[in-house]
Ligand binder design. Structure first.
Ligand code: BTN
Length: 318
């Protein structure tokens, strides 16, 4: 990171002369750089005797505003903000192939062709929190699905802290009042022995009304704005999600049991009668538990089945 960016992202006052000496330039050159950053949209205070201070704006998602709010060591440490993109997943894959570091983050204000699970489209209008995160986990490929559950727990915890009671539907949905507020998409690049990288994509309906979504989506979707009736600070929400995710991620693989326990607490799937559509098969039964590899254990008429992927419908018992 450039010295001026680092000073601003620290979120403390620093003097023009400190910046000048770290940058190896004159104080006039520092004030020119500050003027350029203000033009980009940053709010930078300058106080006589104290120096400069970056003040993250409410809901401000510019890279230095994200950095100023982060409470993580690795996740999110290298942010890019795009006004619009086809999909943050595709954009980040390009960076991953060029060797980008673990934790690299791509956020978009809107996506033109956001990707959902099973090649579905993901509506990504302005106001949502659409991001992808690069991970280089030292997990065997058969345990990578744990990361979906881990991010589900991180999102549910972050939403709870912002006053939104969330539950988790296996494998990748975060629900509020039975409607989907967030989806998680994991895309991995691996060979039979090793996972090279994982791109974790998270789409969270935040500051828009789901009444504005296409008809086929809006019945099943909900947003934070629908629930709270006010806008949330997406940068703060992002930082909270990453903080919770990192606490679990750092402890892998020994944190797996803890992740599963936390997931069980938020689950609206376990104990429920379910119908699962998995690779063209329909499986009916009662969701019993999640296994150590993230699979769902379902009690069917023929015995307990281990389901690795699929769309779950929770049958109403009423
Ligand atoms: C799903 O529930 O089907 C998963 C949805 C994942 C959407 C997010 S938005 C950010 C990232 N970029 C994409 O194109 N998709 C994921």
């Amino acid at each position: 990171m450039r010295p001026l960016d680092r000073l601003l992202a620290e979120g403390k006052f620093f003097s023009g002369s400190v910046a000048a000496s770290q940058m190896g330039v004159s104080r006039a050159a520092v004030s020119k750089q500050i003027a350029r950053l203000r033009k980009e949209g940053y709010l930078i205070e300058s106080v006589r005797g104290k120096g400069y201070l970056l003040v993250p704006r409410f809901d401000g998602l510019l890279p230095l505003e994200i950095l100023a709010r982060l409470r993580t060591r690795v996740l999110g440490r290298n942010p890019t903000l795009l006004d619009t993109v086809d999909s943050t997943q595709n954009f980040l894959r390009g960076l991953a192939e060029q060797g980008a570091a673990e934790g690299t983050l791509v956020v978009a204000l809107e996506q033109r062709s956001g990707k959902g699970r099973a090649s579905r489209c993901w509506s990504s209008p302005p106001g949502g929190l659409w991001f992808s995160l690069l991970l280089r986990p030292s997990l065997p490929i058969h345990q990578v699905s744990i990361l979906t559950l881990m991010f589900g727990v991180a999102v549910a915890r972050a939403l709870m802290l912002h006053g939104i009671p969330a539950s988790l539907k296996w494998p990748n949905d975060v629900l509020v009042r039975g409607r989907k507020i967030c989806g998680i998409l994991l895309e991995a690049s691996s060979d039979p022995e090793k996972v090279e990288y994982v791109i974790a994509g998270i789409g969270l309906n935040v500051n828009f009304s789901t009444a504005d979504l296409p008809d086929e989506v809006k019945e099943r979707a909900v947003s934070a704005l629908d629930i709270l009736g006010r806008r949330l600070d997406r940068a703060e929400l992002l930082s909270t999600i990453l903080m919770h995710a990192e606490a679990m991620y750092e402890g892998l693989p020994s944190s797996i049991s803890g992740i599963l326990d936390a997931w069980r607490l938020f689950s609206c799937t376990l104990g429920a009668p379910v119908t699962i559509s998995s690779y063209g098969r329909i499986i009916e039964g009662k969701a019993l538990d999640v296994a150590q590899d993230g699979a769902l254990l379902v009690e069917t008429e023929g015995g307990v089945e281990k389901v690795y992927s699929g769309d779950v419908t929770i049958k109403s018992t009423a």
